[in-house]
Design a protein around this ligand. Structure first.
Ligand code: ADP
Ligand code: MG
Length: 329
């Protein structure tokens, strides 16, 4: 056994785990399915995700970190422990050191509960790290030099905007508008316009398949199914990219505003660096069609999508693990 260091991206939508020397060994949705009366855990991760919106009354599929805060301590602990056990099994000869990236802005009480969950899972030492820092490092930025680097991480529950220099955050903002709010906006648009009720998984599907927030002239379409609010019966409707753009306008503009306000608070020397290097987008939301072009348009700086944006944070934890001795517990 080579080493015992584990890096975890504890995201609101997905959890990824990196094991030193092996790379990314786990990638699962942050979902837990439980029986509501007995509180028995039925499934954690992908199996639980398949149940979202499809459970009978006595079973609930919970996303314990949904809005970037820990909605449910106990379930978060269960989930984290289940994932660590899955990668670790009984293979380790000694207890691992674990570095966890948590959503920005969680409270010290929440941090403590995450730390305890990791300790209960057998960690020797637990380190917590700011997510934007790991995202920037994982996107290949050298944040340890005295120069400005700006990263926008768009996850499921939160969008985190940060300017980093010399290894630390200089200015930052975190808003609770990200992928989930995009899905909800699409759901609401279709409900208002077509009197059609769709589930959150269908809504996410629309966003991923035909969603775009920048008008480049193309207009894809997609047939979607849901329940007609008037007749109560199943109904199929065709939805177009132009409609999705309209639906997503408000939440996307909130992200633009957050990015602008961070730029406004950034010292001028660092702003100059950002113009040279560009802003890097990470997180699943970076993949939303046309978002990079729209942001570049609005912010007047180059915007680049990181390579493999959904894995930047976990890759960053892997790199940070190599420098664990320099990090505080
Ligand atoms: P978190 O860090 O909060 O767990 P992720 O970085 O894993 O979040 O991103 C999850 C979000 O990214 C979800 O809202 C998902 O719908 C969205 N997403 C994933 N792929 C795409 C895509 N191709 N286009 C738009 N959004 C996407
Ligand atoms: Mg994330």
């Amino acid at each position: 056994m080579l080493s015992k260091d584990i890096g975890i991206d504890l995201g609101t939508a997905n959890v990824s785990i990196h094991v030193r020397g092996k790379g990314i060994v786990l990638d699962e949705p942050s979902v837990v399915a439980i029986e509501s009366d007995s509180k028995n855990v039925l499934a954690v991760g992908s199996d639980a995700h398949r149940m979202v919106g499809r459970t009978p009354g006595n079973i609930v599929a919970i996303r314990p970190l949904r809005d970037g805060v820990i909605a449910d301590f106990e379930i978060t602990e269960i989930m984290l422990k289940a994932f660590i056990d899955r990668v670790e099994g009984r293979k380790w000869l000694s207890r691992p050191r674990i570095l966890i990236c948590t959503p920005a802005n969680i409270t010290s009480v929440e941090q403590k509960s995450i730390r305890e969950a990791a300790e209960k899972s057998g960690a020797k030492d637990v380190f917590l790290e700011d997510e934007p820092k790991a995202a920037a490092i994982g996107a290949g930025m050298d944040i340890f030099q005295p120069s400005g680097n700006m990263v926008i991480d768009i996850g499921g529950g939160t969008t985190d905007v940060a300017v980093l220099s010399m290894g630390d955050i200089v200015t930052a903002s975190s808003i609770k508008i990200a992928g989930d709010k995009f899905d909800m906006a699409i759901m609401k648009y279709i409900k208002d316009k077509y009197k059609l009720l769709i589930g959150e998984r269908t809504s996410e599907d629309i966003k991923i398949k035909i969603g775009s927030v920048y008008n480049d002239g193309s207009n894809d379409d997609m047939d979607i199914r849901g329940r007609d609010m008037v007749t109560g019966l199943p109904l199929t409707v065709t939805i177009y990219t132009n409609e999705v753009r309209e639906a997503l306008w408000d939440p996307v503009m909130s992200i633009v505003s957050a990015a602008k306000s961070v730029l406004e608070q950034t010292p001028p020397e660092l702003s100059a660096d950002i113009i040279d290097r560009g802003v890097i987008l990470t997180g699943g939301g970076a993949l939303l069609g046309g978002l990079d072009t729209l942001l570049a348009d609005q912010l007047k700086v180059p915007v680049l999508i990181a390579e493999d944006p959904m894995h930047c944070v976990v890759k960053g934890t892997g790199i940070l693990l190599d420098h664990l001795d320099k990090l505080k517990k």
